[in-house]
Design a protein around this ligand. Structure first.
Ligand code: E4P
Length: 220
């Protein structure tokens, strides 16, 4: 499973990118607003060091303007995935942009039928929102499973990009359900590394090592 980082904070992406864990980045209008920066500056800065897909979302709600905005955003770099909402107009824009060989990420997906339509409209990525479904007591993980089955039944190549991930259990469960990508806030990626037994074991190793009086690198 690929990991995208779900943020518009460039320093946080850079730190994680150095670990080799980051395959791409997703942003949305709320994340851009939180960064306090201009969308084109943020996306350009990220696209300059992350080779994988960088999602940049359109702001229009009618297809002709979404297409114009998408074409404009796609000029930032060859790795831009244009994000459009899962509306009728968004699907029209998806078809027009993917027909121009541009990557399209169809976002705000909350049902398997919506995901089926996005795949038929040529989406490169479909973004089902797990956390927001659970917020209203619906089954986010079941949605990932359903989309996986539908896409496999018909050989759709649209990648399932599990979004609105709120914790480590979400990451594990979307991986088990066969998501192609999980887009994860930076802090959750950091948290995935942690285990109390790792810390406890490392403390014991360090104490025992100190008791040997040895050094691996001698001081020169
Ligand atoms: C990513 O593409 C989505 O915009 C993001 O994961 C939404 O997450 P949220 O529901 O925590 O805002």
């Amino acid at each position: 499973m690929k990991f995208f980082v779900d943020t518009a904070e460039v320093d946080a992406i850079r730190e994680l990118f150095e670990t080799g864990l980051v395959d791409g980045v997703t942003t949305n209008p709320s994340l851009i607003a939180k960064s306090g920066r201009l969308i084109k500056d943020v996306i350009k800065e990220i696209a300059d060091f992350v080779p994988g897909p960088i999602s940049a979302e359109v702001a229009a709600t009618d297809a002709p303007t979404m297409i114009k905005e998408g074409l404009h955003l796609s000029e930032i770099g060859s790795n831009i995935a244009i994000k459009v909402p899962l509306t009728f107009e968004g699907l029209k824009a998806c078809r027009a942009l993917s027909d121009r060989n541009l990557m399209v990420n169809v976002t705000l997906c909350f049902s398997a039928n919506q995901a089926l339509l996005a795949a038929k409209a040529g989406a490169s990525f479909i973004s089902p929102f797990i956390g927001r479904l659970e917020d209203i007591d619906e089954d986010g993980m079941g949605l990932i499973e359903d989309i996986r089955l539908i896409y496999d039944n018909y050989g759709f190549e649209t990648e399932i990009l599990a979004a609105s991930i709120r914790n480590g259990a979400h990451v594990k469960n979307v991986a088990l359900a066969g998501a192609d990508v999980a887009t994860v806030p930076p802090q959750i990626l950091h948290d995935l590394v942690k285990h109390p037994l790792t810390d406890k074991g490392l403390d014991a190793f360090l104490k025992d090592w100190e008791s040997t009086g040895q050094v691996i690198l001698s001081k020169e």
